[in-house]
Design a protein around this ligand. Sequence first.
Ligand SMILES: C[S@@+](CC[C@H](N)C(=O)[O-])C[C@H]1O[C@@H](n2cnc3c(N)ncnc32)[C@H](O)[C@@H]1O
Length: 275
Amino acid sequence: MARRPEHAAPPEIFYNDDEANKYSTNSRIIEIQVEMAERALELLALEEEECKLILDIGCGSGLSGSVLEDNDHVWIGVDIAASMLKVAVDREVSGDLLLTDMGQGMPFKPGTFDGAISISALQWLCNADKSSHNPHKRLYKFFSTLFSCLTRTARAVFQFYPENAEQIEMVTSQAMKAGFYGGLVVDYPNSTKAKKYFLVLMTGGAAPMPKALGTEEDEKRIRYIKKREMCREARGKPLKKSRDWILAKKERRRRQGQETRPDTKYTGRKRSGRF
Ligand SMILES: C[S@@+](CC[C@H](N)C(=O)[O-])C[C@H]1O[C@@H](n2cnc3c(N)ncnc32)[C@H](O)[C@@H]1O
């Protein structure tokens, strides 16, 4: 079995210039990270059509942030690896970037963010990289400061790779202790390859837990979504990510005075990667 990156070296060492460049130009990685960020955004359950301020925790080179950008949200990214952030700057991401260790807490004012996502980063906090590191304490510091910088109707969604049941228990118990409620959503639980863990945390309100994908219940949901999309199409609204949807979005951006690339015959074509 391949060695887990978080067992190889601390994140700021593991993600050096070489690794950061390899990571950010590998089309398979890009595709997977984008897909998981899209799912995390869906689980955030934000009101549609509204621009929100989102925190991307362990933002790396901005692959997850690009999904926030594409959905017209404003984002701020934090990461411990300078090389990853350097690639993000070179890619000219729209988010503001902050070099910081999430285990030391989120340094933002109370109620700053409408939501937070974190893709493939949380498992790093379950390891002690220094003798002074206590994963339970670092997780608590992280979750309690995150709770404070979110609004009282916000969610934080973490896709992560827990190593075992003890790590899941450690992470969720520290999150609950910090004031969050919610829990784990496991997509495609019966598939070794497609199985994905999303920790969905809520600060307030009484929203029910979202449903996982790839379960029997989900089959019904897919049928429902298809029906909803057909109704939407019938009402004359372009489907999300279609050429018409992209053209309409670009037009909106132009009206808002935002810099927007000109429309071409390639606008809205299917791409395999992000570059
Ligand atoms: C697999 S990358 C994912 C990057 C990005 N979210 C994406 O989807 O492409 C994991 C990121 O988590 C960051 N990370 C790990 N531990 C961290 C910590 N303690 N504080 C902040 N960032 C951390 C790493 O530096 C790395 O950039």
